[in-house]
Design a protein around this ligand. Structure first.
Ligand code: MN
Length: 298
């Protein structure tokens, strides 16, 4: 079975605010893990946080991205997005927004007006997925994926489950369950809940990097590595294709696997490219208005 190469320390990632709407912890980032997690770049987790009812907008206003994709999973609450390519929409509890910035967007991310008005617990994940060099300057794209489009696989009789957001998962009957997200490189993205006292075995395509993200709860991987809430186990690529998870406490998890891009990663703030010259160009293009503007509301 795959060995755990490293797991992150849950005490190392302090909560910080993205705008005034997203109280997140960064659970992994390419600036520390680099090629070992390619094509994934970073993951921010906003653990459940209570927001009071308000008529104000909570979130983050107009800002650019180029060279990658942002994937937002709403676990509780609603996020509205609008971007300069005309993409936009609101994702509700259980939905996923897959936003391909590619050649460049300016966008804004706010709690939806309905959620803000009611208030309540807000919980989400935002993951950044890198694009292959050949796709970094393709036109932007927006996929809003509603919860009812996401295959939900029952893992045991105790209530453990897994949703296939992207890629494929082979269920216990041997059927392939396919996620509807379209991706630029081969990735699997599964999320779900593992119930305490259960044991699971997950298979990773041999050519993929793989990570197990534990949002809350606690598991033991391959009998020896405890992975706690707000941390990540990176699995070594040693030709082995599976790993075992024993669940100590009900665990909310993500499994991310992907074929590494094997290309240089140069990132600065909201831009992730292959060279420093391309980063400089991104600043020039953004400052000269080439990313466009968010359309004003009709
Ligand atoms: Mn953004």
């Amino acid at each position: 079975q795959c060995m755990v190469e490293m797991s992150t320390d849950p005490n190392n990632n302090q909560m910080h605010w993205v705008g005034d709407g997203f109280p997140v912890r960064n659970l992994f980032s390419y600036d520390r893990l680099g090629q070992a997690i390619s094509p994934f770049l970073l993951l921010d987790y906003a653990a459940p946080y209570p927001f009071q009812a308000t008529t104000e907008q909570h979130g983050v206003g107009s800002h650019p991205h180029r060279g990658f994709e942002t994937v937002t999973i709403a676990y509780s609450g609603e996020v509205s997005h609008r971007d300069s390519s005309g993409g936009g929409g609101t994702i509700k509890t259980g939905d996923v927004q897959w936003m391909t910035a590619a050649s460049g967007v300016v966008h804004e991310e706010f709690h939806s007006a309905d959620f803000a008005k009611e208030g309540g617990l807000f919980e989400m994940v935002q993951l950044w997925v890198n694009l292959p060099a050949k796709d970094k300057m393709t036109p932007p794209k927006y996929q809003g994926i509603s919860a009812d489009e996401i295959p939900n696989v029952t893992l045991d009789d105790e209530g453990s489950n897994l949703r296939v957001i992207a890629g494929t998962y082979q269920d216990q009957t041997g059927n392939d369950q396919k996620g509807v997200a379209s991706t630029y490189s081969p990735v699997n993205m599964w999320d779900g809940m593992l119930k305490a006292g259960t044991t699971h075995r997950f298979f990773v395509p041999e050519t993929h990097n793989a990570m197990l993200v534990i949002l809350n709860g606690e598991v033991v991987v391959n009998s020896d590595q405890t992975v706690k809430a707000n941390s990540v186990a990176v699995l070594a690529r040693d030709g082995e294709a599976d790993f075992e998870v024993v669940v100590n406490q009900d665990a909310k998890f993500l499994i991310l696997t992907g074929e590494p891009l094997n290309e240089p990663i140069e990132g600065y703030g909201p831009f992730v490219m292959n060279t420093q010259a391309e980063i400089k160009q991104a600043f020039v293009d953004f400052q000269s208005g080439k990313f466009g503007e968010i359309p004003t509301e009709a």
